[in-house]
Design a protein around this ligand. Structure first.
Ligand code: PRX
Length: 629
């Protein structure tokens, strides 16, 4: 792409109720940002002191570009901050998790309940031979046991790698192998639209190819109960029954790894993003408390799956560190009917509702009738994440769901950032289409490829200019790929997104610059889908692009060249779709497959996706001087 480009900005502002601002944890954004800039380390030092540490840090930050160490030599355990201190501090009977199942049942775990379950499961993991530093893979539906498994790992210092329950066997085995996980924690089934998702079958197919897996813990939900392998498998309930509800925690160094989470990359395999204990705890605690402005009596619902970073940071670690009540719901937003989310908000008295633009656009399609049937007056704050919240969706969310009363925090961040980086803090004027400004604590800008800031109204690359506590520390077993984030644009962390700032410093995120396709809020790597297609016997080559879609943000379109002698008749398209679903999961299935004679390539043989995209969308392909012919 060019260095920068002009963007037409429409400006509309919503001014929130001044009372909101007065009562907020951060009552004055500008002042808080100035305070942060005057003394960044002092700013983070103050926040870190809200958490409980076993030993204090010597230095807030040690920065040797591009490597950061935060809270150097500080010792803590994130689960102490999420559980022990709340149980000891008067919150033991407060609901920690309210789980809503697809068939309508609610299950409540208080902080005390969660604390005990986590310690039991931590003992269970110890009994299976898991020790500090070992990797554990979690492949589960959205149930409290998924959170319990994560917290139990963190308690004993094991590094969890959660794989979203919608992924197929290929994606799962690749992630297990890269992390060399010793134990897999899974379930027999998940529930989705009244049907079962066969997690057990997928897991069995995956572990046939994962030599590192020694034991498999299976949460059995369905009847009749699935059969277990007597040597390898352990029943979740039996493991819990034989484990004591007291488990001492591991004292962790601030820089010890907490988890690995895979995110799609542009070339080759997904990247195992590594987050550490101290900085991540501080960053997620602070942003959960201040961006959502969480108060004692809030009921907070994040509709993400725990298998994504949003779930890690804003279902599990941040909200529990703050000591709030977290709602989770298994299933989809339109089952049993498109009123389900509004019913949950009404029935549970949800006050803070954090969801994704793709869900909002889906609800818009179903119309105002559904939310109008329910009492949504408990809502206080709305949040959005995952993709740009387009102005139409903002307006609808603001008026129809928020009743024109609730501020919307459109939070821009990434798996790599671990925590929110850009949003409109509570009480600040909101501009539809703009995520907002860098939060106090983040230095974010829009620059050209040389790292120079571009003028307001001019598009460029969204970058982060200073280290932040919850930043990724490396890419698991591939530090070279970590350095790419910091050496693409001089002096900056490159987010891979394009953005534009207006005169007042509000940032509008325009989307990915390159390699990822965001489908319904999920990041899909072009390379993963292409390699899944090519793994089919009939396919010679494949190139996939994202095509704008009013509902999902983007859908995947694949261009495929077939092996000689194969013709596309006879249901090949359906077969390829099935093949991708089986290897990567339903979210990666192309919406369209077009058969072509050849793909546009550079002289060095790289497929030029942007040429395909330009043709597809009727746009100028830009510089095609490197095109082969
Ligand atoms: O392109 C941006 C988009 O999602 C990417 C990060 O995806 P992932 O690592 O899966 O994390 C998603 C949850 C944090 C970003 O590079 N994105 C995320 N939030 C927003 C967004 N785009 C626009 N506005 C947002 N609020």
């Amino acid at each position: 792409m060019a260095d920068s480009f002009a963007v037409k900005l429409e400006e509309k502002k919503y001014y929130p109720d001044p009372q909101l601002k007065a009562g907020a944890w951060v009552p004055d954004y500008t002042q808080a940002y100035q305070e942060f800039l005057r003394d960044p380390e002092g700013f983070w030092d103050g926040i870190a002191r809200d958490l409980s540490w076993f030993e204090p840090w010597d230095r807030v930050l040690e920065w040797k570009y591009p490597y950061a160490r935060w809270f150097v030599n500080g010792k803590l355990n994130i689960t102490y901050n999420c559980l022990d201190r709340h149980v000891a501090g008067g919150l033991k009977d407060k609901p920690a998790i309210i789980w809503h199942g697809e068939s309508g049942e609610n299950r409540v775990l208080t902080y005390e309940d969660l604390y005990r379950e986590v310690m039991r499961f931590a003992n269970g993991l110890l009994s299976l031979g898991i020790r500090k530093g070992d990797r554990v893979c979690i492949y589960m539906p959205l149930v409290p046991e998924q959170m319990i498994a994560m917290l139990a790992c963190a308690r004993i210092g094991a590094v969890h790698s959660v794989v979203f329950g919608g992924f197929g066997p290929e994606a799962l085995s690749m992630r297990i192998n890269d992390a060399e996980a010793k134990v897999l924690i899974t379930a027999d089934v998940g529930y989705r639209r009244g049907k079962t998702v066969p997690l057990r079958e997928i897991a069995l197919e995956a572990i046939a190819r994962t030599p590192s897996i020694e034991r498999v813990v299976v949460l059995r939900r369905a009847s009749p109960a699935v059969e277990l392998d007597p040597v390898r498998d352990v029943d979740y309930a039996e493991l819990m029954a034989r484990s004591a509800p007291e488990c001492p925690l591991e004292v962790m160094d601030a820089e010890d790894p907490l988890f690995i989470l895979y995110t799609s990359g542009s070339t080759g395999a997904p990247k195992g993003i590594v987050h550490t204990c101290g900085g991540y705890a501080v960053g997620t605690y602070y942003t959960t408390k201040c961006v959502f402005d969480i108060k004692e009596n809030d009921i907070y619902w994040c509709t993400a799956d725990t298998g994504w970073i949003t779930g890690h940071s804003y279902i599990v670690y941040g909200p529990l560190a703050v000591g709030t009540t977290v709602v989770i719901a298994e299933g989809t937003p339109d089952y049993p009917d498109p009123g389900i989310y509004w019913r949950i908000i009404q029935d549970l008295g949800v006050t803070i509702f954090y969801t994704a633009p793709t869900a909002i656009r889906m609800f818009m399609r179903y119309g105002e009738g559904w939310p109008k049937k329910y009492d949504l007056s408990s809502l206080r704050v709305l949040g959005s994440v995952g993709e740009p919240l387009n102005p139409e969706a903002f307006e609808w969310f603001y008026h129809v769901i928020g009743g024109g009363r609730c501020p919307i925090v459109d939070t821009w961040w990434q798996t790599e950032t671990g925590m929110h980086m850009v949003t409109t803090m509570i009480g600040e004027p909101m501009k539809p289409g703009f995520a907002g400004k860098p939060i106090p604590g983040a230095v974010v800008d829009v620059v050209n490829r040389h790292g120079d800031p571009v003028a307001p109204g001019t598009g460029g690359f969204l970058v982060i200019k200073e280290p932040w506590p919850a930043m990724l520390r490396t890419v698991h077993r591939n530090d070279e790929r970590y350095r790419v984030y910091w050496n693409t644009i001089p002096g900056c962390y490159t987010t891979g997104d394009l953005a534009v700032k207006d005169e007042e410093g509000y940032i509008m995120v325009l989307g990915r610059a390159d390699d990822l396709i965001v489908v319904a809020g999920h990041n899909i790597g072009t390379a993963e889908v292409e390699s899944a297609l090519v793994s089919h016997d009939a396919v010679a080559e494949a190139a996939v692009i994202g095509k704008p879609d009013p509902l999902k943000g983007n859908v995947i379109k694949a261009f495929v060249t077939l092996c000689v002698g194969v013709n596309p008749g006879d249901g090949l398209t359906d077969e390829l779709a099935r093949h991708v679903r089986k290897t990567l999961g339903a979210i990666a299935v192309p919406a369209e497959i077009e058969y072509v004679d050849r793909l546009p390539k550079t002289r060095s043989g790289k497929i030029m996706r942007r040429v395909l995209k330009a043709r597809e969308l009727g746009m100028d392909p830009g510089d095609i001087s490197t095109l082969e012919e």
